[in-house]
Design a protein around this ligand. Structure first.
Ligand code: SF4
Ligand code: SF4
Length: 226
C-alpha cells in the first residue's frame, strides 16, 4: 500500500488560509488500511477544521481517489455532479465549497485535480510503497518501483527497498548479529534473503551475480503502455 502521514494542523491551516468553506474527502484505497484517509479521519480532521473557524460543508469518502472515472464519464460534469457521482457523503452534504481537502495520497490528489475545477489540497505527506509492522505502529518501505522486479530471485524480499544501500549483491561487511549497519534495529535484507532462500531450498540463487541495475526504468517522469 502507499504509506502516507497526515500533515500537522498548522500546515493544513496554512494551506487553507484563503478558503473558509471546505469539502473534506477521504479515500477508501490503500492509505485508509491504517486509518489515514479513512471515514474516521475525515471526521477528526473536519472537527479540527471547525475548531479553527472553517466551515466543513461537505464530508465524504471516495473508494479510490486515484481512479474516479474517465474523461468521457466526468470531463463535462461540474464539481457538484462529480462528487454526487463518485463520493459517498458522510452526513448532510452541501456543495458550495471553495476548496477540497483530500485525505488521499499524492496520486489521488492529482487525479482529483484533473477533474475538479476547485482547488484540491493535500492533507497527507506521501512517503512510499510499503507495509505496516504487524505488532507496532511502524511502516517499512518494501518497493521503490524499479521497473524490473527480481523478487523471484531474492525469495520475495526486495534488496533495493529493504537494504539502505540498495545492494544487489549483498551483503556488505557491516552486518552485526543479523542486523543492518545503517540501522541496528533493522534486519539485514541480505540475511533475510539468505535465510528464506535456504528454507526454500533455493540457496543457489545467493551465488547469482546481479548486473548493475538499469535505473533508466525508474527515472522520472515515467510512463508505461500496458
Ligand atoms: S525489485 Fe523492483 S519492482 Fe521488485 S519489489 Fe524491488 S523495487 Fe519493487
Ligand atoms: S547490513 Fe545488510 S541491509 Fe544493511 S547496508 Fe549492509 S547489506 Fe544492506
Amino acid at each position: 500500500m502507499i504509506i502516507a502521514k497526515t500533515k500537522s494542523m498548522e500546515e493544513i491551516e496554512d494551506m487553507l488560509k484563503d478558503y473558509s468553506r471546505i469539502a473534506v474527502i477521504g479515500c477508501g484505497g490503500c492509505v485508509s488500511f491504517y486509518r489515514v484517509g479513512s471515514a474516521k479521519e475525515v471526521e477528526e480532521v473536519s472537527k479540527n477544521l471547525e475548531k479553527i473557524g472553517k466551515k466543513v460543508v461537505y464530508k465524504g469518502m471516495i473508494a479510490r481517489q486515484c481512479y474516479i472515472g474517465t474523461e468521457d464519464e466526468l470531463g463535462s460534469l461540474s464539481d457538484e455532479e462529480i462528487l454526487k457521482k463518485v463520493s459517498r457523503a458522510i452526513g448532510k452534504a452541501e456543495y458550495d465549497f471553495e476548496a477540497i481537502l483530500s485525505l488521499a495520497c499524492g496520486v489521488g490528489v492529482q487525479n482529483m485535480s484533473r477533474f475538479l475545477s476547485k482547488p484540491v489540497l493535500p492533507a497527507q505527506n506521501t512517503f512510499f510503497m510499503g507495509i505496516k509492522n504487524m505488532d507496532e505502529n511502524k511502516y517499512n518501505e518494501f518497493c521503490i518501483g524499479c521497473g524490473n522486479c527480481i523478487l523471484h530471485l531474492t525469495a520475495g524480499i526486495c534488496p533495493l527497498a529493504r537494504c539502505p544501500k540498495s545492494l544487489l549483491n549483498g551483503s556488505c561487511g557491516g552486518i552485526f548479529k543479523g542486523k543492518c549497519e545503517v540501522d541496528r534495529e533493522r534486519d539485514c535484507a541480505w540475511v533475510l534473503i539468505y535465510n528464506r532462500l535456504k528454507a526454500m531450498g533455493k540457496l543457489d540463487n545467493i551465488r547469482r551475480i546481479f548486473e548493475p541495475k538499469d535505473f533508466s526504468k525508474a527515472s522520472h517522469t515515467r510512463r508505461i503502455d500496458i
